[in-house]
Design a protein around this ligand. Structure first.
Ligand code: SAH
Length: 460
């Protein structure tokens, strides 16, 4: 972290702006908006600054900068086009441990000013560490369109009820759950629709007779996190990731996705690799029940889709048996991700009229795959968890009648920046996998559709 983000109360605090031009005007106006007592040092003044000085809203020292002028100031901003002056301001402030900002020169900044989205009292500040202000501004534009203007009013309304909520719902977790619902549900909608009074009445009512049990009830969300690229999460997944009290995830969930979980949520790694379970499946099932019974909102985050080779079914069976409320959120399964990002459509009118997903990993004593069903020329087969078994899988398919020259591909870490696609045939692919050191997670795609990769690959 290059800069530590804070919000500073500057009301009635003396602040110094060195410079009297356009940039100084912008900075001084921002300080004025925060209620600071602004003093400007400059031999010349922009007419708008002059007007503010004349109106008595700012003080003006008509002359050149002198180091002693930073004395007693809360913050100092240099906005001149004279590098010697800017440096002098920087050193004078640094020598006195006063936070200083030289506009657009991050090496001469003790603090920087973020791009802001102002929905007071809600304030969103964006920074790129002073390095790429354009990026910060682009992000601000996106946030501007994302955060409805009514958000400020919603924040104001909520703060009116803070004390009341605290006494009606003394438990922190219960209270957070209450706000979580209020700020996203019908109350928020009413505020955005301009029905402030109605929203106020609803809040009043909900807090006079709070349904405490409802806010304390634990639940489990079984959520598909997609194949690894955070852009492929669903809105629902993201929202629940932001709300959960505790998150259980395994090694298929990319770190970039775990990053998006609410900062203060507890994170439990229940890593899972073939034959190397950090927590046995049954323990995971029981842990979900235990956490939900403690009243927590538990997010069980899975790679891909929870119901495709994800044991999601087993986990919620245990929940159902224990009467725990749950919700299942689909995710993009890795076959869909790999197919799109590798440019290999799983069906195609010319090549494949059906597609079958199979797993290459069998439980001990489990029956082998139904090979005769997987050898139809005009059907695609996608093998999950098949890297280690690729040689025997390809061999079995040939033995059961699939053409030995059938195109086949392996897609490693599909949809992520590390995606690798290797194509061959049923005969050559296993060797290529060994040769190129392909590792899990990877998917094998078999069928004539693989031919399209050369033409349709857009992602390498
Ligand atoms: N529920 C998951 C599958 C879990 S089984 C889903 O719907 O995708 C684990 C297997 O999924 C891995 O062995 C691998 O074959 C496949 N897989 C998961 N993520 C992948 C990725 N990003 N790229 C390629 N294969 C992936």
């Amino acid at each position: 972290m290059e800069f530590f983000p804070i919000f500073m109360k500057l009301k009635q605090q003396p602040c110094l702006v060195v410079g009297g031009g356009e940039v100084a005007l912008r900075k001084a106006s921002l300080l004025e908006a925060a209620g600071a007592m602004v003093c400007i040092v400059s031999p010349e003044l922009h007419p708008e600054l002059q007007a503010k000085v004349d109106a008595g809203n700012m003080q003006h020292i008509n002359g050149f900068f002198e180091p002693s002028q930073v004395e007693g100031k809360r913050i100092v901003i240099a906005a001149t086009d004279d590098q010697t002056v800017n440096e002098a301001v920087y050193h004078a402030a640094e020598a006195r441990s006063i936070p200083v900002n030289v506009v657009d020169q991050s090496e001469l900044c003790r603090f920087i000013m973020p791009a802001i989205v102002d929905r007071s009292p809600l304030m969103i500040a964006v920074s790129t560490g002073g390095g790429v202000p354009v990026l910060a501004r682009q992000m601000r534009t996106r946030l501007e369109s994302l955060v409805p203007h009514g958000f400020g009013q919603l924040a104001k309304l909520a703060s009116e009820f803070r004390v009341k909520a605290k006494s009606a719902l003394p438990d922190v977790g219960t209270r957070r759950q209450f706000w979580e619902e209020a700020l996203q549900g019908s109350i928020a909608e009413k505020v955005f629709a301009g029905k402030l009074e109605e929203a106020r009445r609803d809040l009043e009512e909900q807090l006079s007779t709070p349904d405490i049990a409802r806010y304390q009830r634990g639940a489990v969300y079984l959520v598909g996190g997609g194949p690894g690229n955070p852009d492929l999460l669903t809105f629902r997944a993201l929202r629940l990731m932001q709300e959960a009290d505790v998150v259980l995830y395994d090694n298929l969930v990319a770190p970039a996705i775990v990053e998006l979980v609410r900062r203060d949520a507890e994170r439990i790694y229940v890593g899972k690799k073939t034959n190397q379970h950090t927590l046995p499946q049954d323990d995971i099932n029981q842990l979900l029940v235990k956490l939900a019974k403690e009243g927590k909102k538990v997010l069980r985050l899975k790679g891909g889709d929870p119901f495709i080779f994800g044991r999601g079914g087993e986990e919620i069976e245990t929940l159902a048996e224990n009467g725990i409320p749950f919700e299942v959120v689909p995710g993009i399964t890795s076959a869909a991700g790999a197919s799109c990002y590798a440019g290999i459509p799983l069906t195609h009118r010319d090549y494949a009229q059906a597609c079958t997903f199979v797993t290459g990993h069998r439980r001990e004593g489990e029956e082998a795959l139904d090979w005769p069903r997987l050898v139809q020329k005009n059907e695609t087969v996608v093998v999950y968890m098949g890297v280690g078994q690729s040689a025997s899988i390809c061999q079995q398919l040939i033995l059961h009648g699939r053409d030995k020259d059938t195109p086949a591909a392996i897609v490693e870490q599909a949809t992520t920046d590390n995606q690798r696609v290797i194509t061959g045939t049923l005969t050559t692919l296993p060797e290529l996998i060994t040769e190129k050191g392909v590792k899990s997670p990877a998917l094998i795609i078999i069928g004539d559709v693989v031919k399209l990769h050369d033409k349709l690959a857009w992602r390498g």
